[in-house]
Design a binder for this molecule. Structure first.
Ligand SMILES: [Zn+2]
Length: 372
């Protein structure tokens, strides 16, 4: 294992942070897998999964079983990890800019088009090599001005030329679920099986460029732009939501790390036979079909459905209780699907998102991820 340290721009004199990446396996195989944990720094399940992955990958490296370089960033957000306010961790937004740590990754499409136009051939592998080099070049040309921008550049540099990029997150209270680009589903489906995902949400553009899309979307845009040249979907990039914030146990971490290793074996990045594929628990559904049930009024949240329940359109999801007026506002689902995530808070402000239902029929447009 090689340890590399990447200094971030110092936000103030006397202050400096760095990102640490761990590198396993051959660096000359021309293949790369990238895994990072806790880009939202207040989402700790991935940190423990990364800890287990570190041990498993070290053992595989010793056995010479890695067919690709595997880059593991066990703490993807040292800025957010250190942000505390009133005894609460603020790991989702940078306090200085109020920007979500998992949004606003630079769109490389145009920069890559400029670099590869006139150089693509009829050889798909050679095109992939060319495109990855163009991506590295475009990311190196970025000129970060802030600590946050420099963090994005470092993470992007480590991930953009990988064939698999796994971004380990979690929700508030949730079952295992995934977000990925729609064209990637055939490659993501085995991961959904090994991890036991209760939902997989697919889209081709979710808005505001989250990390997983930044790594994968350029590829299908290039395919559309250069239809006469063979271009692979070069990066299978997935946001893995490792259940809820408090779902941090050694048993779950072991289970999830083992599932990720099984997937990498099944995909040919690790030698040996992959374990048999478990059954797919739920078919993938469009992100545009995921209903976020919102509280129209403030009050105490009394959930009427549990995680994993299949909610029917029209069914009661929660009551919002106002103990001052005695009013109860009943919230009903408008779509049918599995309830895969809900807030751990039991007091709602007006307009607050309370839970998510993975419906099969797309009905939303515009930005599909929560701004928050
Ligand atoms: Zn997250």
């Amino acid at each position: 294992m090689q340890v590399r340290k990447h200094p971030l721009i110092s936000p103030a004199i006397g202050t400096a942070r760095e990102l640490v990446s761990l590198h396993f396996g051959p660096t000359d195989a021309g293949r790369k897998v990238y895994i990072q944990a806790a880009l939202h720094a207040d989402e700790p399940p991935g940190l423990l999964v990364a800890h287990r992955l570190r041990a498993l990958l070290s053992a595989l490296e010793d056995q010479k079983a890695l067919r690709a370089e595997v880059v593991l960033v066990p703490v993807a957000n040292p800025i957010g990890l250190g942000q505390w306010l009133d005894h609460s961790q603020i790991g989702r937004f940078e306090l200085n800019s109020a920007e979500n740590f998992n949004r606003h990754y630079p769109d490389l499409f145009q920069a890559v088009v400029e670099r590869v136009t006139g150089h693509l051939t009829s050889d798909e592998s050679a095109n992939a090599v060319l495109i990855r080099a163009a991506m590295r070049d475009a990311i190196a040309a970025l000129q970060p001005r802030t600590e946050l921008q420099s963090l994005r550049q470092v993470l992007y540099t480590l991930a953009a030329d990988a064939e698999i990029a796994l971004d380990l997150h979690c929700d508030s209270e949730a079952l295992m679920h995934l977000y990925a680009g729609s064209p990637l589903w055939p490659r993501v489906e085995p991961l959904a099986r090994y991890l036991g995902a209760a939902a997989t949400l697919l889209e081709t553009e979710s808005g505001d460029y989250p990390f997983d899309e930044a790594c994968s979307r350029t590829w299908w845009l290039l395919r559309e732009h250069f239809p006469s040249h063979p271009i692979p979907l070069g990066c299978v990039s997935v946001t893995v939501e490792l259940r809820g914030t408090a779902d941090v146990t050694r048993e779950l971490a072991e289970q999830d790390a083992t599932a990720i290793i099984a997937y990498l074996t099944q995909q040919g990045f690790i030698t040996g036979n992959a374990p048999a594929l478990p059954q797919l628990l739920h078919e993938a559904t469009p992100l545009a079909g995921s209903e976020a049930v919102e509280a129209p009024v403030s009050g105490v949240v009394d959930f009427r459905v549990s995680l994993g329940e299949v909610v029917k359109a029209g069914a009661t999801v929660a009551d919002i209780v106002n103990p001052i007026t005695g009013d109860t506002t009943t919230l009903r689902a408008t779509t049918t699907g599995v309830l895969y995530a809900r807030t751990s808070m039991r007091f709602a402000h007006a307009g607050m998102r309370l839970c998510k239902i993975a419906g099969k029929v797309p009905f939303r447009t515009g930005k599909l991820l929560s701004a928050k």
